[in-house]
Design a protein around this ligand. Structure first.
Ligand code: UDP
Ligand code: MG
Length: 324
């Protein structure tokens, strides 16, 4: 392992777990493993690579099986279907044995070379070292815009602060990992959970490139789902705001009632009003439906939680515990 010049000595005897969720990443996995191994050799730590195949339909499991056979540092977990990145990360975290854990994407958009700096910051006392995207050259303009707007809204609605331009790529000390493991909720927005536990955090800037191969599995609909989950799982404001709407409605309509009664008494019955009535009915009806929908989001979440199903199912490691 000791091939390159730069060594970080005080982390000797420490172990770092890399958690790599993989969904149809067969094409680029070999490159990723080579790049990540090269970086880990620069650091004087033992390491394990936990690859979680999240129900891929390409040759990802074959590549990972081969990697596990030739490299003793590799642990390959195969989920029984596609559970989503958040569940795959949870599976990795549950099986990680390291003193620090680093979730990292398999597509080389999170540069493994940054791990050297992350470990240095950890060594200097940080509990969490976040990789912050100084540029998003790999993202489209619309993704940049929606992402900016989303983090702004998230900050306004929730008590926790999820820094913008930060993904799941970060180093977490064992103590932080153990705290995250105490959060058993089924609707998992990992970035939110990582931020929720707190701890001393430092940031390292990096330039996020485009994917090395394959294509992103997050289309607009999926990103939207993840984003809404991030808000509904961490804030009750969307639920409570309807009380304010209702109160404002009562106040405004009370004023309007007085005006209408006054007009009728002083000027007689005002016949026209078809258009305004129709608009009011449609508007109030839609508003009520949105309110109901938001209520449904929360009730749905309560339903999911009470079923208490496992977050993921590992199918290739019979001895390990599933994500209950
Ligand atoms: N991923 C996963 N399960 C999924 C979707 C994605 O494990 O259902 C993995 C994927 O293989 C990659 C990481 O999550 O390692 C990030 O996914 P992607 O690159 O598609 O997202 P983006 O970088 O576009 O946000
Ligand atoms: Mg990616």
């Amino acid at each position: 392992m000791q091939t390159t010049a730069k060594m970080i000595s005080t982390t000797e005897n420490k172990k770092i777990s890399l958690i790599i969720p993989c969904f149809n990443e067969g094409q680029g996995l070999k490159n990723f493993h080579e790049a990540a191994s090269k970086t880990m050799e620069k650091i004087d730590v033992t390491c394990e690579f936990i690859y979680v195949d999240d129900g891929s339909s390409d040759n990802t499991p074959v590549v990972l099986e081969r990697l596990e056979a030739i490299d003793p540092r590799v642990l390959f977990l195969q989920l029984s279907r596609n559970f989503g990145k958040e569940a795959a990360l949870t599976a990795g975290i549950d099986h990680a044995m390291g003193d620090a854990v680093i979730p990292i994407d398999a597509d080389l958009q999170d540069p493994p070379e940054l791990i050297v700096q992350m470990v240095e910051a950890w060594q200097s006392g940080a509990d969490v070292v976040m990789a912050k995207r100084s540029s998003r050259s790999g993202d489209t303009l619309s993704k940049k815009f929606f992402s900016g707007a989303y983090y702004w809204l998230h900050k306004k609605l929730t008590n926790i602060e999820i820094p913008s331009n930060v993904g799941d790529f970060r180093l977490l000390d064992r103590e932080v990992v153990d705290s995250v493991k105490r959060l058993h909720e089924k609707n998992r927005y990992m970035k939110g959970l990582f931020s929720w536990v707190g701890y001393k955090t430092v940031y390292i800037d990096f330039d996020r490139k485009t994917r090395s191969s394959g294509k992103s599995s997050y289309n607009f609909r999926r990103l939207m789902g993840l984003g809404l989950n991030g808000i509904f799982s961490f804030s009750a404001v969307p639920l409570k705001v309807w009380l304010r709407f209702g109160l404002a409605g009562i106040l405004l309509s009370s004023i309007y009632i007085v005006i209408v009664v006054y007009k009728v008494l002083t000027q007689g019955i005002d016949v026209p009003g078809y258009a305004s009535l129709l608009v009011a009915i449609f508007f109030m009806g839609s508003l009520q439906l949105v309110g109901l929908g938001v209520l449904g989001e929360y009730v749905g979440r309560i339903y999911e939680e009470t079923k208490n199903r496992p977050i993921y199912i590992v199918k290739n490691k019979k001895k390990t515990r599933d994500g209950t």
